[in-house]
Ligand binder design. Structure first.
Ligand code: FAD
Length: 477
């Protein structure tokens, strides 16, 4: 007899990671419950962008267009410690960033959960859990008091100070912050001159203008650091006085209102394991780093795209729990790479004459298209490739294949001609695989996982296709 459960999966945290994961699970028909300790969304937006790879993945589901309706602008490229990166050389429908406050992405994702009847219990906090071979028992506290929930899996998408991670006892090695900074979303009396234009952040040491970005409705994002922030308690409120001082005499006198503010550091840590038994970590719960280059939210969204369909396959009994190991083995190196590049960016932002010399040389190097491509691929998420063990070698294997619609979250078999052998081989998987024809670069047929990565590519005779279908999608009907 199967044990009654409150949900198949409990997701802790209604930030971008938890909300996207809940959507992916809902799309796959997995019953999901989201616990969120905050009664309301604060409206504060730490992130302001969708990188190209996040845009591609959201687009494959049909979610990018409604999100873009809430966007402010597009940003022509990316940056590495403020040094501009050109995204245009990539074969992507989105060789740019979508400029959108985090809160608006969250708003769409939370509203969209209604499609699946997924509840977000706001004002409900996870306080503890235990796991056993059959499931996880969660203790939560809400307005009515403390209660228990039972689910097959638990995902901690509960941010950098993750309670789930701490209770799990997973190591979180790395280092504490060295750079301290603050953000404040402010309203100014008069337009602050040239800062009113959207531009790439210039952190160039020696730059005199405050870093202000317009967020719409007369609100500006003000980012500031400096000696006054060193040693500051991260939880201490940002005061009006310090914002005014940091803005400088010209802009400081124009400060009318501080809408929201917070402090942050360049602390850099990553969970040693992204899963332990029936408990998984995603987003900031699994990795924290300096927000340079605009990658954290994007990393969390892509964790969720990687995990959602895998968790659904396991919960629905198509594949065994071993599949979840690939969530760790694929996403941990991607997170480690972001930690590495944000630490490097932190060094490049140190206000020092020698660092300025290094930045000048790097600027020259980045004028070389291949050098730009290397860094742009890293920051945009477009260079991510996963190992696909067991599949026949092919240049497309493990790479992304953009522009393929996957609105129902199924895999896709693309064939260069209709009625070929690969399509016939995939027929018993049509409940999990859509089949379509397409012009393919250098392959007769390609099998895409639900997260848009190529897990088989090959010749028209379909060598190895059946094995790849069974490996990633389970047994044939
Ligand atoms: C100043 C700053 C600027 C940034 N700019 C960018 C940028 O431009 N681009 C970018 O990509 N990223 C940026 N980031 C990073 C980005 O904001 C984070 O990576 C992102 O918010 C992570 O999302 P998340 O869902 O994993 O975690 P969070 O957004 O932290 O969400 C976690 C949620 O879990 C809830 N929670 C916590 N504990 C519990 C509990 N016990 N029970 C129930 N709920 C709980 C919290 O209330 C919260 O809502 C920036 C970060 C900072 C600090």
């Amino acid at each position: 007899m199967t044990e009654p459960m409150d949900a198949d999966v409990i997701v802790v945290g209604a930030g971008p990671t938890g909300l996207l994961l809940a959507n992916e699970l809902g799309l796959a028909g997995v019953s999901t419950l989201v616990l969120e300790k905050d009664v309301e969304r604060t409206g504060q937006s730490r992130a302001l962008n969708l990188q190209p790879r996040s845009a591609e993945l959201l687009d494959a589901r049909g979610w990018l267009a409604p999100i873009r309706e809430r966007a402010l602008t597009t940003l022509p490229g990316g940056h590495f410690a403020g040094l501009p990166l050109d995204y245009r050389g990539f074969d992507s429908p989105f060789p740019y960033q979508v400029g959108i406050p985090q809160a608006r992405v969250e708003e769409f994702l939370e509203d969209h959960l209604a499609e699946y009847g997924t509840a977000v219990r706001r004002g409900h906090q996870l306080t503890g859990f235990t796991q056993d071979p059959a499931g996880v028992t969660v203790t939560a506290s809400g307005p009515e008091g403390t209660y228990r929930l039972r689910a097959r899996y638990l995902v901690g998408a509960d941010g950098g100070r993750s309670r789930v991670r701490k209770l799990l006892g997973v190591g979180f090695p790395g280092r504490d912050g060295r750079i301290a900074a603050a953000i404040a979303d402010i309203r100014l009396d008069e337009p602050p001159g040239r800062s009113l234009e959207w531009r790439l952040p210039s952190f160039d040491p020696g730059e005199g203008e405050p870093f202000l970005l317009p967020l719409g409705d007369g609100i500006h994002r003000f980012l500031f650091g400096g000696p006054a922030q060193e040693g500051m308690d991260r939880n201490a409120p940002v005061t009006e006085d310090e914002v005014r001082r940091a803005l400088g005499p010209v802009h400081g006198s124009r400060l009318r209102e501080i809408r929201s503010s917070s402090r942050f550091t360049d602390a850099s840590r990553q969970a040693e394991r992204y899963l332990d038994g029936r408990v998984l970590l995603a987003g900031d719960a699994a990795h924290i780093h300096f927000p340079a280059g605009g990658q954290g939210l994007n990393l969390g969204l892509q964790d969720a795209f990687n995990l959602g369909w895998k968790l659904a396959s396991v919960v629905q009994g198509r594949l065994d729990a071993g599949l979840l190991e690939t969530y760790h083995s694929e996403r941990h190196p991607v997170g480690a790479r972001v930690l590495q590049n944000t630490r490097a960016q932190g060094v490049l932002l140190v206000p020092d004459g020698d660092v300025r010399a290094l930045r000048e040389i790097l600027t020259e190097v980045l004028a070389v298209p291949e050098a730009n491509r290397r860094l742009a691929g890293m920051i945009s998420g477009l260079d991510i490739r996963y190992p696909m063990p067991g599949a026949p070698a092919h240049p497309l294997l493990g790479a992304r294949l953009p522009g393929v619609a996957q609105p129902d979250g199924r895999g896709v078999l693309l064939s260069s001609r209709a009625g070929g052998r690969p399509a016939a081989l995939a027929e018993p998987w049509t409940d999990r695989i859509a089949r379509t024809t397409a012009e393919l670069p250098g392959a007769e047929a390609v099998l895409l996982r639900p997260d848009g990565y190529v897990c088989w590519a090959g010749p028209g005779d379909g060598t190895g296709l059946r094995e790849a279908l069974t490996h990633w999608f389970g047994s044939a009907r």
